[in-house]
Design a protein around this ligand. Sequence first.
Ligand SMILES: *[C@@H]1O[C@H](CO)[C@@H](O)[C@H](O)[C@H]1NC(C)=O
Ligand SMILES: *[C@@H]1O[C@H](CO)[C@@H](O)[C@H](O)[C@H]1NC(C)=O
Ligand SMILES: *[C@@H]1O[C@H](CO)[C@@H](O)[C@H](O)[C@H]1NC(C)=O
Ligand SMILES: *[C@@H]1O[C@H](CO)[C@@H](O)[C@H](O)[C@H]1NC(C)=O
Length: 277
Amino acid sequence: MVKNFFLALIFFDFFTFTFSQCTNFGPDENCYWKGLDQTWFAAHVNCITIASIHNAILNSFIREYAQQLAIEEPFWIGGAVNYKNEWAWADLTNFTYTNWAPGEPKHNKIGYCIAQDPSSGKWKSTNCSEWHPTICSQLKSVPTIPCPEFFDHYSTVLNKCYSWEGTNLPTYDEMQQDCLNMNSTLVTVHNDVENAIVQGLAVAYDAPALLGLHDPYNNRSYVWSDGSKLDFQNWHDPPGDGDCAFLRIESMKWYPMKCADFQGDMSSELCEIPSLI
Ligand SMILES: *[C@@H]1O[C@H](CO)[C@@H](O)[C@H](O)[C@H]1NC(C)=O
Ligand SMILES: *[C@@H]1O[C@H](CO)[C@@H](O)[C@H](O)[C@H]1NC(C)=O
Ligand SMILES: *[C@@H]1O[C@H](CO)[C@@H](O)[C@H](O)[C@H]1NC(C)=O
Ligand SMILES: *[C@@H]1O[C@H](CO)[C@@H](O)[C@H](O)[C@H]1NC(C)=O
């Protein structure tokens, strides 16, 4: 496996910095801090954990904290509709307490997450691709994610595990081989939620994501790394020349590109694997 130590160090420092600054402990002894204005999916990676709320006391604490931070618009907390079409917390704690606004949750399908209103403290089902401030949490006891070794990111929404590596490997085959060595494949995208999740990973690591999309015969017949069908497409330009394809963080669109042209630049090599549950 080729590791990029430079990028790894940046992220290590980023997280240690953030965590060592965390001084705002809640009634549950977890520590809370203000995350970026971002999609819920990017928050899920950037925060490591987003606040999950288990009782009215904690709900008031989080609302008051948001008010202190002068957050005036709805902000993300860690709830989302998961792969079973149930509301669940991203930190895998039980979803028992709720504080929905009247008429909520209006949307109960994958692609919706929970935003809390800072004035009322009530919750609304909100499109996870919207940009909102986030209240992140640093948990006293960190849950074990149901992922194999090397896979640090668990998506509760898809029940999939992802690993990230900074890479400037020159060929698709080498990058795919890196994933195969971990019994996984380069990332695949079959719908807009999956696209937004991969986008969230790329944004958090601040590098375009190499997709597991390949044109083996160089005749614009793209196939996914795991052999699955190309049933969703999100090209910026019509698929053109290029044996590789990247998801860029600025536009959220796919760009065909020759892998060789990417040599020397940094990209996110994302491998994916089913979870252990
Ligand atoms: C979560 O729910 C499960 C099943 O209902 C239960 O067995 C478990 O003890 C609960 N965990 C906590 C921390 O309350
Ligand atoms: C959420 O918003 C995005 C971007 O506006 C849109 O493409 C997507 O279809 C919406 N998702 C749902 C589940 O409505
Ligand atoms: C991949 O799978 C093989 C066969 O099941 C196993 O022997 C090997 O340890 C696995 N590799 C990793 C990195 O999990
Ligand atoms: C590309 O080439 C492969 C192998 O020769 C062939 O099976 C496929 O149909 C071709 N696709 C197009 C769009 O011509």
